[in-house]
Design a protein around this ligand. Structure first.
Ligand SMILES: NC(=O)c1ccc[n+]([C@@H]2O[C@H](COP(=O)([O-])OP(=O)(O)OC[C@H]3O[C@@H](n4cnc5c(N)ncnc54)[C@H](OP(=O)(O)O)[C@@H]3O)[C@@H](O)[C@H]2O)c1
Length: 303
């Protein structure tokens, strides 16, 4: 199999490259922003032409700065929407399949039950709207393509929210995080593993599919779990118990431009049926990250 990975320098993209390269017989072409900038269609077509024939295109690239997308929706729609359509068309014309990574932010967050693939979308910000456009363009190019919605990625080198919480707790005596926003934290290693599975075994996985670690959490639950694991790992924390704040208070304090969905837990039943088992609980993924990768992330973030 010859696979192109777009967004190869991102947190998820890097891991996908690493994991796919471990498969014998799999040729991987890694394309980062400098090799293929999604801001112009010409750059996309030129880079894909240069790559020659391929069997699979995995798009992990996106403009993921939710607040910046709000101030420049045209750029968000180009990078996260129209560019996906261009890649999807080129892939389909060459007989290749495309796996495109999407997000829980396509939902409005008003539903308390976990969102299923067929539930109505309704993004409440420019980032979510641009990612939804990407899904639509992808599936208009070919019904065989796959939009894989993931949520609340963390871990690997970039660390994400658990790294942020532990770093703050090492510096401050008090720390409060949002306790009225719920979703499914997802280890980036688990997401990369799911993508590799879908690359090799998931030909029946077409259309839209959800993947996240099992269970639901608030940001407070998620952060507290990271702190509990950091205590077990013997890290020198100044605070071990998180206080609570609200989304509204944080939005005002941090000057958020974009609204975020309150509930965006994803239901992974379809993925579990395809895979034959449910993804592991999010708490296990946090424990794994703290035990194996957090120290390296802390050192890297000090540099
Ligand atoms: N992180 C999350 O919590 C989360 C949640 C749900 C869904 N997702 C989705 O998961 C996917 C991977 O996210 P991630 O966390 O790995 O994000 P990330 O670390 O921000 O990686 C995104 C990559 O996209 C690249 N990129 C941005 N603009 C580009 C452009 N104009 N042309 C080409 N490349 C461009 C970035 O390039 P540079 O390295 O040059 O900046 C970066 O390498 C994305 O589709 C995202 O929407 C993420």
């Amino acid at each position: 199999m010859k696979a192109l990975i777009v967004g190869a320098n991102g947190n998820l993209g890097k891991l996908c490259v690493l994991r796919l390269r471990q498969h014998p017989g799999c040729e991987v072409i890694a394309l980062s922003r400098s090799e293929m900038n999604l801001e112009t269609d010409l750059a996309i077509r030129t880079a894909l032409d240069a790559a020659g024939n391929f069997d699979l295109l995995i798009n992990c690239a996106a403009w993921t700065d939710v607040d910046a997308c709000e101030t420049d929706p045209a750029k968000a729609n180009q990078v996260n929407g129209h560019a996906v359509g261009v890649m999807a068309k080129v892939a389909a014309q060459g007989g290749a399949r495309m796996i495109h990574i999407s997000t829980d932010y396509v939902f409005d967050g008003s539903q308390t039950a976990p969102y299923r693939e067929e539930d109505p979308t309704g993004p409440i910000g420019a980032y979510g709207a641009s990612k939804l456009l990407g899904e639509q363009k992808l599936l208009a190019a070919s019904p065989d393509h796959l939009a894989l919605r993931v949520s609340w990625l963390f871990g690997s080198a970039a660390g994400g929210f658990p790294l942020w919480v532990v770093r703050q707790a090492m510096k401050s005596d008090t720390l409060s995080v949002v306790s009225d926003k719920w979703g499914s934290p997802t280890g980036v290693t688990d997401a990369a593993e799911a993508i590799v599975f879908l690359a090799f075994h998931g030909r029946e996985a077409r259309g839209v599919l959800h993947f996240c670690n099992s269970g639901q959490a608030s940001w407070h639950d998620w952060g507290q779990c990271a702190l509990d694991q950091a205590v077990k790992a013997g890290l020198p924390l100044k605070t071990t118990q998180l206080g609570e704040t609200t989304m509204e208070a944080l939005a005002a304090k941090a000057g958020w431009k974009a609204r975020r969905p309150i509930h965006s837990t994803l239901c992974c039943d379809r993925y579990a049926a395809l895979r034959g088992e449910k993804p592991r609980p999010w708490q296990d993924a946090v424990a794994d990250y703290v035990e194996n990768d957090l120290s390296a992330s802390l050192q890297a973030s000090e540099l």
